[in-house]
Design a protein around this ligand. Structure first.
Ligand SMILES: N[C@@H](CCC(=O)N[C@@H](CS)C(=O)NCC(=O)O)C(=O)O
Length: 229
């Protein structure tokens, strides 16, 4: 069994979408980052940087088989689950290189830039027009880069749906919705990206993964209070 420590955010949803895609059974522990549970020392022993998502695999294979294996950083977690199941990441060859390229693009650019935009827009203690504009423009530029790729290939990694698409879906959805609120014209011309967003969003595993953690799972985790108590 796999324990998934997560919350209702785009990084958390990468992990739940992936677990739904590969069909491994998992148990959800909702870590309320609004209440600061991510800073609890018990959680920090699993996630050194105090961030969700993290998984603990109680059925890990290889040298340390039998010992629980913690896997932190969502990109690492996607590669781990892909290699464990042989799904959504080619074992070798050019498409593997492309998948990993787009996975790193999501980890290094799309997630951090849209995340900074959210922070400057919604959480900064002082309003900074320059901060808002910088990350808004950069996030739009990244969506345009993805649109360019998806004009040539059906999926980010190439011919097949992969962990690059899993990693990018929730962040792209959120960025597109927020750009639309400001100026619909900015994203309306990104036809290939919007088509990809619909194709990924229509997948049953993605629909299920986007609902995790459910209200029930949040309530149960709060009652069991694994952290912050
Ligand atoms: N690079 C990390 C980023 C994870 C991350 O930023 N998680 C956020 C939620 S989306 C979090 O745990 N925030 C809590 C905090 O910053 O205190 C990954 O991809 O796993």
């Amino acid at each position: 069994m796999i324990d998934l420590y997560t919350w209702s955010t785009p990084n958390g949803r990468k992990a739940s979408i992936m677990l739904e895609e590969v069909g491994l059974p998992y148990n959800v522990i909702a870590v309320d980052i609004g209440k600061g549970w991510q800073h609890d020392q018990r959680f920090r022993s699993l996630s050194p940087n105090g961030k969700i998502p993290v998984i603990v695999d109680h059925d890990a294979e290889g040298e340390t088989a039998g010992e629980p294996r913690r896997v932190f950083e969502s990109g690492n977690l996607l590669v781990y689950l892909a290699e464990k199941t042989g799904m959504l990441l080619p074992e070798s060859g050019p498409e593997r290189t492309e998948v990993l390229g787009w996975l790193f693009f999501q980890m290094a650019h799309l997630g951090p830039m849209v995340g900074q935009w959210h922070w400057f827009k919604n959480a900064a203690p002082e309003k900074s027009e320059v901060g808002i504009r910088r990350y808004r423009d950069e996030s739009l530029r990244l969506l345009q880069v993805m649109d360019g790729r998806l004009k040539k290939m059906p999926w980010l990694g190439g011919k097949n749906y992969s962990i690059a698409d899993v990693a990018s879906y929730a962040w792209t959805k959120s960025a597109v919705e927020e750009h639309r609120e400001i100026d619909n014209r900015a994203v309306a011309s990104l036809h290939s990206l919007l088509d990809w967003l619909k194709r990924v969003g229509d997948r049953p595993a993605v629909k299920r993964g986007m609902e995790i953690p459910t209200d029930e799972q949040k309530k149960e985790s709060a009652e069991r209070a694994p952290f912050g108590s």
